[in-house]
Design a protein around this ligand. Sequence first.
Ligand SMILES: [Zn+2]
Length: 444
Amino acid sequence: MSEGPAANGSEELVLLGGTVVDPVARTERVADVTIRGGRIQSITPAGAQPKLRPENHCTAIDVRGLMVTPGLVDMHVHLREPGFEYKETIASGVRAAVTGGVTSVACMANTRPVNDCPAVTRFILEKAKEAGLARVFPIGAVSVGLAGEQLAAFGGMHDAGIVAVSDDGHPVMDAELMRRALECASLFGIPVIDHAEDRALACNGVMHEGAVSLKLGLPGIPAAAEDVMVGRDIALARLTGGHLHVAHISSATSVEMVREARQAGIRVTAEVSPHHLWLTDAAVEEYNTNAKMAPPLRTAGDRDALRVGLADGTIDAIATDHAPHHRDEKDCEFQSAANGVVGLETLLPLTLRLVRESLLDLPSAIAKVTCEPARILGLPTGRLEVGRLADVAVIDPDLEWTVRREKLRTKSKNTPFEGWTMRGRAVLALVEGRIVHDERERRG
Ligand SMILES: [Zn+2]
């Protein structure tokens, strides 16, 4: 499963002269990074390296002019396997991940069978190991079969390796079940990830309820469908002391509630998706099914509130909600199209774009896709420090490329960013010092 030079055992890999971005210390500096035994051995000022010794199996890679960051961590991914391999497999999903510089993914439980027991958790981890690219951290279901009735057995799944619980794709409508989920998850020190959507209010809606839905004559989902659940679950987090993580937050009111809850000391974290940061319900105007997702794209006011929340720290992380669907599930009438878009391969350039738009400085933007999601899930990755696992992305921040669905590595092609010019691309990705993605030949 290994490809390219390894930096295991006595072998050393040195990344020479890149701009090293440390999202924890919030610094960037030109430095050499030495990797040995799968870990970061040293980060030293560029040129201070003693002469490289080829007899020691040392591989040196010139990364001058490039950025060196921790490998990205995407805490919200649907890998679809087991059960929906026609949309994505674990192998194709992690291939797409590393192509985007993402070396850790947390995958949702809405597979078939559902990841609500240790056997499925172990299956996912086994397949991920076979693929040997990005690390995969499974998320277990809150309820058996995602049915929202009976609490899944968290203990067994936790022993098998889950890092959080979520019924994502479905809301937990029963408040008492959500209360017990928060209580039980805190016994294992893991968060409950909240797909906040009141089913009755969302009803048969297919897009955000507002001027555009009225104009198009499509049934809408009010922002309140999210807000009432975020409000309820903040109250339950307060009651239980459990860690609530709001997935794909999309409404201005929800952002404000999370901000106030955090100020009150309640354990609430939140993530936002790139599509909610970049698109609004106007994207639906041509009945574009690749602009259909749950929660729906909302107004410019909501989008701007998400950006403010991201900048002021109310929103901790950017996560893609990568949701591959087969062509047949999107090439159809808007109302019957599946919800969701792919995102693993566009996360990095869209995050860098926030820096160019002066919303975040570079280390802070990188933090939103590395150490912050890793902290929420308690992962050992997402940091670039001596002694840490050498999961690294080497990024050409100026490389321009155009999103073409047929060129994406994911098995599904449902991107809302088709035709967009992106700036920034991972030219190299390392997991534990091993090269898992290499497109250096693409440059220059
Ligand atoms: Zn969701």
